[in-house]
Ligand binder design. Structure first.
Ligand code: ADP
Ligand code: MG
Length: 398
């Protein structure tokens, strides 16, 4: 991976940092429902304040279509950050304009200013140079700690780096260290667990990991495109028909590379009518009137054993519809609990996967839970993130 600078390389005292965070978190009735991304951004903010700097924070939230929309205001997120940090957070309900300028100018060392949703600006997603210049004018240097947005070439992620010395924050750094660990320094046995609903999202990742992993354990909706490809009946289970050809190629590549692809040998199913009140276990072949919603118990044990013995495990996607709760969460729980017991390096990618880890209460026994989602998939699939490349290319002095 290319070389980028980090926050410790910057003299912070008396300076203003523009910190792009990814506080794009789920809100319920104006309350933050899951605050992992907010919590993980705090070390970088503290590092700036503790060293006598000033922090101007910027995030996006949802998709407000380039104009103000109260539904996507980040005011509740700013309040939540204030609560978590036990430190005042001054919120200005704008991204540009006189109010922002005044607030930036009157900021003192050790203070936090939180701006409104950067996607209220039409120039954010188009990486408009004028918006980038305006954002850069608030600060002496730029910190990218928005790992989950690093796959987007937006004004506050890429554009600003043309105008300021730019560094990676601690979260981005931690995420990239794990990516490097997985890609450049794989340990055997290396088990990659592929689940979730869309196998197409995970194909580039499987290809890029092919030369590195020992075993792919495939579960969740992803498994059914593989089972369908091998000619088994999958009933009403989710299959991406366009991908059957790609699945054949993946299998051939795995054979060539000596990588084992493990598929479920039993399944928890419900009827195609979708009635969750009636579920049962079937063997490998799924009846026409049923749809698989989780690993069966034998598969869950088999997957857990393979995970526990691994030197390195990475999880991409739940093994079933875990959000429906018991019994539909059993396969996913077996997998995340086995990861928690594993003495090797354990990494979780994907938003739903990380929710499953939190739901099982094993967060503290996992080495790294990525906040990245799409960004994590992209860098593991291609080795490149625009937001990180921009840091490498940024000026070191202005
Ligand atoms: P991640 O966010 O961890 O990358 P995905 O977004 O790819 O994971 O997939 C998560 C979703 O996959 C969950 O909402 C879960 O309900 C769904 N899912 C998993 N297995 C199945 C299945 N057998 N049938 C339908 N949906 C499934
Ligand atoms: Mg998801």
């Amino acid at each position: 991976m290319s070389r980028y600078r980090t926050l410790d390389a910057i003299e912070v005292q008396g300076k203003t940092a523009l910190v792009r965070v990814d506080h794009n978190v789920p809100l319920d009735d104006g309350k933050v429902r899951s605050d992992l991304r907010i919590r993980r951004s705090i070390p970088t903010i503290r590092s700036i304040l503790d060293r006598g700097g000033k922090a101007v924070l910027l995030t996006h939230l949802g998709r407000p279509k380039g104009k103000p929309d109260p539904e996507f205001s980040v005011a509740p997120v700013a309040r939540h950050l204030e609560h978590l940090m036990g430190h005042p957070v001054q919120f200005v309900p704008a991204v540009t304009g006189d109010d922002v300028r005044r607030a930036v100018d009157s900021l003192s060392a050790g203070e936090i200013l939180y701006l409104e949703n950067v996607r209220y600006e039409p120039g954010e997603q188009t990486n408009d140079p004028d918006l980038a210049r305006t954002l850069a004018s608030y600060a002496d240097f730029y910190v990218n700690d928005a790992f989950g947005t690093c796959h987007r070439a937006h004004a506050s992620v890429v554009g600003v780096t043309a105008h300021l010395p730019s560094v990676a924050g601690q979260l981005v750094r931690a995420e990239l260290l794990y990516v490097k660990e997985l890609l450049a320094n794989p340990r055997s046995p290396f088990v990659a667990v592929i689940g979730g609903i869309k196998i197409s999202d995970k194909i580039p990742l499987m290809r890029n990991l092919m030369s590195r992993v020992t075993t792919f354990l495939v579960g969740g909706g992803a498994a059914y495109s593989f089972l369908a490809e091998s000619g088994l009946s999958v009933g009403g289970s989710p299959v991406e028909p366009d991908l059957v050809g790609v699945v054949s190629e993946i299998r051939a590549e795995a054979k060539q590379a000596g990588v084992e692809i493990v598929l479920p040998e039993d399944h928890l199913v419900i009827g195609v009518d979708g009635d969750k009140g009636r579920s049962w276990v079937v063997d490998e072949s799924i009846p026409e009137d049923a749809s698989a919603v989780d690993l069966g118990p034998r598969s869950a044990v088999r997957y857990a054993q393979a995970i526990e013995r691994a030197a390195e495990v990475v999880l991409f996607g739940p093994m079933g519809v875990f959000e429906w709760g018991d019994p539909f969460s059993r396969g996913t729980e077996a997998v995340v609990r086995a990861m928690a017991r594993c003495s090797g390096i354990t990494v979780v990618g994907g938003g739903d996967s990380s929710r499953a880890v939190l739901a099982a209460g094993v967060e503290s026994s996992i080495d790294h839970i990525s906040t990245g989602g799409g960004a994590f998939l992209e860098i593991l699939g291609t080795g490149i993130l625009p937001g990180v490349e921009a840091l490498v290319a940024a000026p070191t002095e202005i």
